[in-house]
Design a protein around this ligand. Structure first.
Ligand SMILES: Cc1ncc(COP(=O)(O)O)c(C=O)c1O
Length: 306
């Protein structure tokens, strides 16, 4: 791999070497936190996950993350075995075991559980779900804001919802991993993915926005992850009289955008510096609209966690 940044590049934190990880009610040092090779998540990618961020002891937009997790699990018949309060209690235990307060990021994973045999049928998972919570001390590197991210349009596209709906935050991210590798091979940090019709859709790990003549554009949402941060940015635009459009648009309109940025729970809004070797906007780092939205989003988080 080349020396790339990604929207998940974080400051090194040696405390992460000794974190406690939650597995089905037990807290274990990361070196001892192991699950069976028969687990359906490992064997088939048959599981769902959420990435959430802790600010001052609270999970930002917890309800929205739980809405997505419970909806995905219901759709594929995974019984989490806990209600939302139970999930929150498990998160709280993990936070307390690690003495974390802020700048922590969690990957909460639930799989269909351990299988009797190494085959695909869901009924072979007989133990009940596996719930794993990894929380790391994690802060996006500052250089991402100053430098911005480099995107390359990749051949791997987002699929139609009747193949594997992009709205499943499933353990199997192979579609995105392939896109990420293609971007890396092109010398970029992250892959810009088109939809099956050739319109600009999303990146392999984040949602994608452009700004043109004071308007904020993002895809229709038909083929991308229904990102919590994406929706918050759209809502913030609407609440603050910023013209926002969820629409089809092409690479041609993207290359000449005034600004472009990515959204995701970890990095919030990350400016895009260039796409396919073409620089975006006039200045390095976040442009004026991106900065405005970053400020509004920060205030929204403060409101959400208070
Ligand atoms: C492919 C993809 N796009 C976008 C996102 C961002 O979603 P959110 O804003 O909910 O973190 C994620 C996060 O899981 C993702 O996996």
């Amino acid at each position: 791999m080349t020396d790339n940044h990604s929207t998940h590049s974080a400051e090194d934190d040696i405390r992460n070497r000794d974190i406690q990880i939650y597995i089905n009610g037990e807290l274990l040092h990361r070196n001892d936190a192991k699950i069976s090779v028969y687990d359906s998540g490992f064997m088939l990618g048959d599981g769902m996950w959420e990435g959430m961020r802790l600010y001052n002891g609270k999970w930002a937009f917890f309800d929205e993350h739980m809405d997505r997790l419970f909806a995905s699990c219901k759709a594929v018949g995974i019984d989490i075995g806990l209600d939302r309060k139970g999930v929150l209690d498990a998160l709280t235990r993990t936070v307390e075991a690690n003495a974390m307060v802020t700048d922590a990021h969690c990957r909460l994973m639930v799989t269909r559980g351990i299988k009797d045999k190494p085959f695909q049928h869901p009924q072979l998972s007989t133990t009940g779900p596996t719930l794993v919570i990894i929380i790391e001390h994690s802060k996006p590197v500052d250089s991402l804001q100053a430098r911005g991210i480099r995107l390359a349009t990749v051949p791997q596209v987002r699929g139609l919802p009747m193949s594997q709906d992009a709205k499943y935050n499933s353990h199997s991210k192979l579609n995105c991993v392939i896109a990420c590798m293609q971007a890396d091979q092109a010398g970029a940090d992250e892959g810009l993915m088109l939809d099956p019709h050739g319109f600009v859709n999303t990146t392999n790990a984040c949602n994608f926005f452009i700004v043109r003549h004071g308007e904020v554009w993002t895809s229709t949402g038909d083929y991308c992850m229904n990102g919590v941060t994406r929706q918050k940015v759209i809502d913030l635009c609407r609440a603050n009289d910023i013209p926002v459009f969820t629409k089809n648009y092409s690479l041609m309109e993207t290359y000449s955008a005034d600004e472009a940025f990515l959204t995701g729970t970890f990095g919030a809004q990350t400016p895009v510096a260039e796409i396919d070797g073409k620089s975006i906007g006039e200045h390095a780092g976040a442009g004026p609209m991106t900065q405005r939205l970053q400020g509004l989003y920060k205030a929204l988080i403060e409101e959400n966690i208070s």
